[in-house]
Design a protein around this ligand. Structure first.
Ligand SMILES: Nc1ncnc2c1ncn2[C@@H]1O[C@H](COP(=O)(O)OP(=O)(O)OP(=O)(O)O)[C@@H](O)[C@H]1O
Ligand SMILES: [Mg+2]
Length: 462
């Protein structure tokens, strides 16, 4: 079930050499993906946890050093081997210092490369601990404890840094478990209000009739059971931040009152006529589509605009797979420390499962899976596929070459989707053959005329 096949990324711009090496490696049981540039290789790496990367040093755009660096940054356990031309041995040594396992000089016999590769794999097997990711974690890839290294999260950190200093109302949207509350807390802590309170209230967890008193407070005897006067959450959050979770579930009547708070920063306790002024920043969160609720008439449009001053959208975990290795490391460290055990590493096949799975429960679900893995690990040092929950194990059972395939959020148009895949496959074939249609047709086992027809037809798809 777990795939024990070794996945290898081969980066070389010289087509005949690349194809020859790929063929030999495939014969020896490797699943080989080819790339002809550093940029292309780095893109592949973001999507897929390869076991090995073999790269030429001198490439058309960025050089192979970048490939090795990017690979090791993402996957500390990946094995990097460099192929280098005459006169660039010095550079190869430099790459070794940065974490590549070995190099071969061109021209080489395949056996030379093969031995370098076997040696590196053995060496790697012996090495268990790795300081790399940990260092990454501590450095720039987190903002107030939010982990994320991909483009989406880096952009988000920038936005959070900018909005934290303001007092603007923020609306955070995102699927369950995607980190809305973590983000709200991070904004609060990074803001000048950080020294004051962060008060959270979950609008869907409190019965509607009690929510108003909870928010605004009440006088003694304001309603049955109100034995004493009580401060509401709004007052408690004075000078700090009020976090309104699941704001989409609020009743229309209460929405009206909240609107007034946002406009005037004032309100009355339930059962009282005295107006109270507060200085709070409001951060609201929802996993519902508020704009849709507005369209349906169950959410006030004016309130929506008051809340949505700065929209922050948290991408689902499956949309930012490149964050998974770092999150995994983060949670393994966290749970290892909690259980007083050494931090576990994770095998590449296990990481492949984790990166293929669709994560409906997002980061929370990943966190739970890692907690479970640590608890089940016994004396072992590494998380294997078998330590993952069964549905996650099954994730990597599909076609290996389609691992990176993710179905978009709002579904697809089947015909267009398939057409795009066809076009991508053809594009890659043409890329490999330098635009030669006859040769590309051969790669695809198609008649040349069929390929040309397909190209014409596919032009119609966006
Ligand atoms: N980027 C992240 N880095 C580290 N931990 C994270 C990150 N995102 C989420 N988490 C962790 O995942 C769990 C869920 O996050 P959080 O409670 O913020 O999600 P949520 O979006 O509020 O979910 P819900 O909609 O179900 O309330 C928490 O334990 C949180 O610490
Ligand atoms: Mg939440």
């Amino acid at each position: 079930m777990a795939d024990s096949t070794k996945h290898l990324l081969l980066v070389e711009d010289e087509v005949p050499l690349r194809e020859a090496v790929a063929e030999q490696l495939t014969d020896r049981g490797f699943e080989v993906v080819q790339a002809d540039s550093a940029e292309g290789a780095i893109e592949r790496l973001a999507d897929f946890a390869f076991d090995v990367v073999i790269t030429d040093l001198r490439l058309p755009g960025q050089d192979g050093t970048h490939v090795i660096e990017a690979a090791i940054k993402l996957y500390p356990d990946i094995i990097g081997v460099v192929m280098t031309g005459y006169g660039t041995v010095k550079d190869a040594v430099e790459v070794i210092k940065r974490g590549a396992a070995d190099f071969v000089t061109k021209p080489f016999q395949f056996d030379e490369l093969w031995h370098a590769l076997l040696g590196a794999m053995e060496q790697r097997r012996l090495r268990t601990e790795n300081a790399w990711l940990r260092e990454q974690l501590e450095q720039r890839h987190s903002f107030e404890g939010i982990v994320g290294r991909g483009r989406a999260m880096q952009d988000l950190f920038q936005l959070l840094q900018t909005v934290a200093v303001t007092s603007s109302t923020i609306l955070i949207t995102g699927e369950t478990g995607s980190g809305k509350e973590v983000v709200a807390r991070a904004i609060h802590h990074a803001s000048p209000r950080g020294a004051h309170r962060f008060v959270a209230i979950n609008c869907s967890a409190i019965p509607e009739n009690l929510l108003e008193a909870e928010l605004f407070g009440h006088t003694r005897g304001a309603f049955t059971g109100a034995v004493g006067a009580r401060q509401g959450r709004l007052e408690q959050a004075h000078k700090g931040t009020l976090f309104l979770d699941e704001v989409g579930t609020m009743s229309m009547a209460l929405q009206m009152k909240l609107l007034r708070v946002l406009q005037e920063r004032e309100f009355e306790r339930v059962g009282d006529s005295q107006t109270i002024k507060v200085d709070v920043r409001v951060i609201a969160a929802t996993n519902a589509d508020l704009a849709k609720l507005v369209a349906d008439g169950s959410f006030r449009e004016d309130l929506f605009y008051r809340l949505n001053v700065i929209p922050v959208r948290l991408p689902a975990l499956r949309e930012r797979k490149e964050d998974i290795p770092l999150l995994v490391q983060h949670f393994l460290q966290k749970f290892g420390a909690e259980l007083n055990r050494p931090t576990l590493t994770v095998s590449q096949p296990a990481l492949r499962c984790l990166m293929t799975y669709q994560w409906p429960g997002n980061v929370r679900q990943l966190e739970n899976a890692m907690e479970r893995a640590v608890a089940l690990s016994g004396g072992r040092r590494q998380v294997e596929v078998a330590d993952l929950p069964p549905d996650i194990q099954r994730a990597s059972e599909g076609e290996p070459f389609l691992y990176g395939l993710a179905l978009p959020e709002d579904g697809i148009d089947f015909e267009t989707f398939i057409a795009r895949i066809e076009r991508e496959v053809i594009r890659r074939a043409l890329e490999r053959t330098g635009g030669n249609k006859a040769a590309a047709a051969q790669v695809l086992n198609l008649k040349r005329t069929t390929l040309v027809e397909k190209l014409k037809r596919l032009d119609g798809f966006a």
